[in-house]
Write a protein that binds this ligand. Structure first.
Ligand SMILES: CC(C)(COP(=O)(O)OP(=O)(O)OC[C@H]1O[C@@H](n2cnc3c(N)ncnc32)[C@H](O)[C@@H]1OP(=O)(O)O)[C@@H](O)C(=O)NCCC(=O)NCCS
Length: 158
């Protein structure tokens, strides 16, 4: 069994939009269809399927904050430079608790580490999302003390 990240393409996007978190987790992550629309219009995001062998079981999307100014709906958020943001991360409810999320996140961090000029990885999560909080903390993410749009902001210094 091998966990890997593969780009979302014209071939596999229909599979991606079928993936759903559990019913009690819907508030924790946007639907994958919304994330793919966002990646289309905000091309700095890189969407990937989380694969176990040849089966897509989850989704992760990350990217550099753009150097140019952000669209107005980002409000007064100041995009940090040299920082990669993991904007979305989910494993389908039918495939959770088998180590796939941890493996995919570890691979994403390693990819960020290998990009020249990246100094940190940034993400945020709902305060009630204790599973995500524990997973991020175990991989070295530390809360910054700031709340972004109601979410706990965390950083991993590389
Ligand atoms: C967060 C998420 C991606 C984790 O995916 P996963 O494949 O289930 O994660 P793993 O199987 O690698 O488990 C990682 C750890 O979380 C724990 N865990 C996972 N689901 C859990 C649950 N429902 N209850 C308690 N612990 C849980 C595992 O036991 C494991 O702990 P350990 O490594 O210390 O032993 C998945 O729960 C999910 O998609 N949640 C909904 C969307 C979401 O919250 N995304 C994050 C937005 S910030």
């Amino acid at each position: 069994m091998t966990v890997s990240l593969r780009p979302i393409t014209v071939e596999n996007w229909p599979e991606c939009v079928e993936l759903k978190p559990g019913p009690d987790q819907n508030g924790f992550v946007a639907p994958n269809a919304v994330s793919l629309a966002q990646a289309h219009f905000e091309p700095w995001w890189e969407p990937y399927g989380i694969y176990v062998d040849d089966r897509m079981v989850g989704f992760i999307m990350y990217g550099y904050w753009p150097q140019a100014s952000l669209p107005a709906y980002y409000g007064d958020f100041e995009a940090p430079q040299g920082v990669i943001c993991i904007l979305r991360f989910m494993v389908d409810a039918n495939h959770q608790r088998q180590g796939y999320g941890r493996a995919a996140l570890a691979q994403t961090i390693e990819r960020c580490r290998q990009r020249p000029g990246v100094r940190a990885v940034h993400l945020s999560y709902e305060p009630s999302n204790s599973v995500a909080a524990a997973l991020y903390a175990s991989l070295g993410f530390r809360p910054t003390g700031r709340i972004l749009d109601g979410e706990v902001e965390t950083w991993l210094d590389l």
